[in-house]
Write a protein that binds this ligand. Structure first.
Ligand code: HEC
Ligand code: HEC
Length: 448
């Protein structure tokens, strides 16, 4: 995901006259060069010409020098004039950088011609064994790949073994789930104050992300997985009885009505831990947006302000301009979560009510928006979310980062795009995505 300065964002959102003019520079630039890095979103685009708005980078400086009048009227001409220059002095001309998903104003980002990288199946085998099998490839394994007539066939066969292994399903996928679940053992199963049992969250995640299941079930599953790995339908009673005293147990099992479930974001743990006692579950919505759609509002990502928001429905003082810049997106995202109980005390003790649905909890359920579209309730929210491009990109990015410990480079955008765009053809299987990933030059490339 691209990061950008919240500061520059405020300038562009707060409706000053600058905002109109600067939005025009982006529109003009991106109409002329639609494939340029940064044109994928308005917020990201400012970095093409600015370091931190309004300061210009080297490319922006050259544009400024080439302007012959007001920027709106003379920008196109200025862009033409400086195409052949190398503003950031990194050895690639501005136009080469623009056409190859690179940054003409940032010397540390340059296009890497595909030709410079050759796919090396031995590198791919090394990486594959370490990441997906959790054990290093032996000398013999590597020799076998080196001398094979069809080395890719060996890689895919090996990968199939890894992805079926206990290491992958019981360990590597669990580590991928950590940030989504944020387990806290003191308040999970067996802890001192048990609000919910997050072992269900790990098992559900691992089940959906393996064996060619449909990854969109992360946001739609209405079943759970028990300790033996079997699917369980319906309400699941708590395993430990409610108790108060040395240990307090108020949660456990999965009490939510299955017709109200939307996979990972409606487990008892997710709702109890993120919503807690909040009337408007902002943390819950923000965590979902961050971990399942790849956009972190706290970092100014994914802002899509809704008109006349935030209304400040729970009197938290978020209407001020300083807060509205984020909360005009976040509050409408949160309304659909407000009919799901976070943590209760007496009720939970008696009825295991943490994470259950209660239509009368708050009146805001049907007033929300996601991606600029109204959403009637959380199931509608989750349907729109799991069928969106940000969801697909986030899945691909998760596996890309797991394999390479970094985001895709500008030169890898083409391969990255092909990965997430193939999800529908692959029936949304994570395994198939990984089979594509190991064939990329990002994964198995070697400088030749
Ligand atoms: C194609 C290059 C380009 C892009 C993209 C771009 N700018 Fe600019 N921007 C400039 C240049 C060049 C200037 C200086 C213009 C001048 O001095 O006449 C400028 C000036 C500004 C200023 C100062 C304006 C003023 O009137 O004092 C602000 C604020 C600004 N940009 C914000 C933004 C924001 C926010 C974005 C992203 C939404 C953005 N710009 C995108 C090139 C760009
Ligand atoms: C950069 C974006 C941003 C700005 C600016 C911002 N917030 Fe938030 N706010 C968030 C996010 C995101 C969350 C959800 C928690 C999280 O994921 O970090 C949140 C959560 C909250 C919550 C709920 C906390 C809870 O525990 O339930 C309140 C209340 C709140 N913000 C008030 C404010 C106020 C008041 C201001 C202005 C002084 C403000 N925020 C400015 C992004 C922002």
């Amino acid at each position: 995901m691209r990061r950008f300065l919240v500061g520059s964002l405020w300038l562009s959102l707060l409706g000053s006259s600058h905002a109109l003019a600067t939005s025009a520079s982006t529109d003009i630039f991106c109409q002329k060069y639609p494939k340029a890095l940064g044109c994928e979103s308005k917020q990201a685009s400012c970095a093409i010409c600015h370091t931190a708005v309004p300061s210009l980078n080297a490319y922006g400086d050259d544009i400024k020098g080439a302007l012959t009048g007001p920027i709106d009227a003379t920008l196109i001409g200025a862009l033409d004039k400086i195409e052949a220059l190398d503003s950031d002095e990194d050895g690639a001309s501005n136009i080469t950088e623009i056409e190859h998903h690179s940054a003409p104003g940032n010397g540390s980002i340059k296009p890497e011609a595909d030709a410079q990288l050759a796919y090396d199946p031995v590198i791919a085998m090394r990486r594959l064994r370490a990441i997906y099998c959790g054990n290093p490839a032996s000398y013999e394994d590597l020799q076998k790949v080196k001398t094979a007539a069809d080395p890719k066939a060996i890689l895919h066969a090996e990968l199939n073994k890894c992805l079926a292994s206990p290491f992958w399903k019981g360990e590597a996928l669990f580590r991928l789930a950590d940030k989504k679940i944020q387990p806290l053992s003191a308040i999970g199963f067996g802890g001192n104050v048990v609000i919910a049992d997050y072992r269900y969250d790990y098992r559900l995640f691992s089940y959906i992300m393996s064996d060619d299941h449909d990854v969109r079930e992360l946001l739609s599953a209405n079943y759970h997985i028990d300790e033996s790995g079997a699917r369980v339908e319906g309400v699941i009673a708590r395993q430990e009885p409610a108790q108060v005293g040395q240990r307090i147990v108020i949660g456990g099992g999965q009490p939510l009505d299955p017709t109200r479930r939307a996979g990972m974001i409606t487990t008892q743990w997710f709702l109890a831990f993120y919503t807690m006692f909040a009337p408007l579950p902002r943390n819950t919505a923000s965590q979902t947006y961050r971990e399942y759609l790849g956009m972190d509002i706290a970092k100014g990502e994914g802002l899509m302000p809704v008109a006349n928001e935030p209304r400040d429905v729970d009197a938290r003082n978020v209407k001020q301009a300083d807060c509205a810049v984020c909360h005009s997106t976040l509050d409408p995202l949160s309304y659909a979560f407000s009919t799901y109980v976070g943590i209760e005390t007496v009720q939970a003790f008696l009825f295991n009510s943490n994470g259950t649905y209660r239509a009368t909890r708050q009146p805001w359920e049907a007033q929300g928006q996601l991606f600029g579209q109204p959403v009637t309730n959380l199931l509608d929210w989750a349907t729109k979310a799991r069928n969106s491009d940000p969801f697909k990109k986030n899945i691909a990015n998760m596996f890309f980062k797991q394999a390479l410990s970094r985001d895709p480079l500008p030169s890898e955008q083409g391969e990255f795009e092909a990965l997430w765009k193939a999800l529908p053809d692959d029936a949304y299987s994570a395994n198939k995505l990984i089979h594509r990933l190991i064939e990329t030059k990002a994964f198995g490339g070697k400088r030749s």
